[in-house]
Design a protein around this ligand. Structure first.
Ligand code: FES
Ligand code: FE2
Length: 355
């Protein structure tokens, strides 16, 4: 018997695993091509690529023969050849050729996952494939797709060593901005602003409106606003549980309502990798110049501030199993997200037990 101490699973405030019968972002569409891309999504190793006509493919990343990750093989046209003994697999995961013999057993196949490109993202369905339905994907218009003035484009992917619930808690509530992002994103009054909250199915909206705020110079510069000028601000966080968080930020000059408003859309797709690791796919609207090193560095700086906090929280959960929390009014959306996730997970468990 191994003398190695058994490592207990980390615990989380609500012990929520993740619902599987949902669309999650597997990658930015631009990052999946004719090279094999290996990624662990919802505790499952997946290999991603595109066929010669550009169609996306996602297969379980393990050869059923002796287990080498298929991502260590190579593409021969649209066929994926395992790098160990050369068995070849079609895009649906079925073996097409076994170099060592003529017979191909039907059991020589790997699971394939439904994938679809939408917006800047490649979405994947990790649950029951019979339930995968493109109609369950978040709405185009809501994501800013096709809006000339929002024009969402992919920015950066972050790998965070923290449970995805910690990420949702943060992204669904802007009241942390004056503290974690002090002087970078906020002028200080946001936390005390009244909230309006709305919930509809898997969608949540949390709105904060402020009148006659003056942005400190670095924040004004970030958003292209005038210094020493009063603005009315409309800040909406909306969440599609469990996979997407949006922030819409509008500024209008308080004394010049006809001036061009400043708009910024931020989209963060949140995808669990494992219980202790989460991918964030960050997309920024057209206020920032896409690809500009300054803007990329600015956005990364802000997200790294959140990541620092998530890492500490994760470490504390793992080290001390701290679970007790006292929630406050600004947790309204985060708590609703947890409740919905718990509901989705329970539904899946009940269905599995009934099957
Ligand atoms: S492990 Fe893949 S062909 Fe043998
Ligand atoms: Fe943040």
């Amino acid at each position: 018997m191994s003398s190695q101490a058994k490592v207990s699973r980390p615990t989380y405030p609500n012990d929520i695993p993740y619902p599987r019968n949902q669309w999650y972002v597997a990658a930015f569409s631009r990052d999946v091509g004719s090279e094999l891309l290996s990624r662990v999504l919802l505790d499952t190793p997946v290999v991603l690529y595109r066929t010669s006509d550009g169609s996306p493919v996602a297969l379980y990343d393990r050869c059923p023969h002796r287990g080498l990750p298929l991502s260590m093989g190579k593409l021969q046209g649209d066929v994926l050849q395992c790098g160990y003994h050369g068995i070849e697999f079609a895009t649906d995961g079925k073996a097409l050729r076994v170099p060592q013999q003529e017979k191909i057993y039907s059991s020589l196949c790997v699971r394939s996952f439904p994938v679809v490109d939408k917006g800047p993202f490649l979405w994947i369905w990790m649950g029951d494939p019979a339930k995968a339905d493109d109609g369950l994907l978040p709405d185009d218009s809501w994501m800013g797709i096709g809006h000339q003035d929002e024009c969402v484009l992919p920015y950066q992917m972050f790998e965070v060593d923290a449970h995805f619930q910690l990420v949702h808690d943060n992204l669904s509530d802007t009241s942390h901005l004056p503290y974690i992002h002090e002087g970078v994103l906020e002028e200080g009054g946001l936390a005390g602003t009244d909230i309006e909250f709305r919930e509809e199915g898997q969608m949540l909206w949390l709105l904060r409106e402020s009148k006659r705020i003056v942005l400190p110079p670095p924040v004004a510069e970030l958003f292209g606003a005038k210094p020493d000028t009063e603005y009315d601000r409309w800040y909406e966080n909306s969440t599609f549980v469990p996979s997407l968080c949006l922030g819409r930020y509008y500024l209008t000059e308080s004394d010049n309502p006809n001036a061009q408003p400043i708009k910024q859309l931020t989209v963060n797709a949140v995808t669990p990798s494992t219980l202790g690791k989460t991918f964030i796919f960050d997309v920024q609207g057209n206020l920032f110049q896409h690809g500009s090193e300054t803007d990329v560095a600015r956005i990364a700086y802000v997200i790294e501030q959140d990541i620092d906090a998530w890492h500490v929280l994760q470490q504390r959960y793992e080290q001390f199993g701290e679970k007790k929390e006292i929630s406050i009014i600004s947790d309204t959306a985060g708590l609703a997200a947890r409740r919905i996730m718990q509901h989705l997970v329970s539904l899946e468990r009940n269905e599995a037990e009934a099957a």
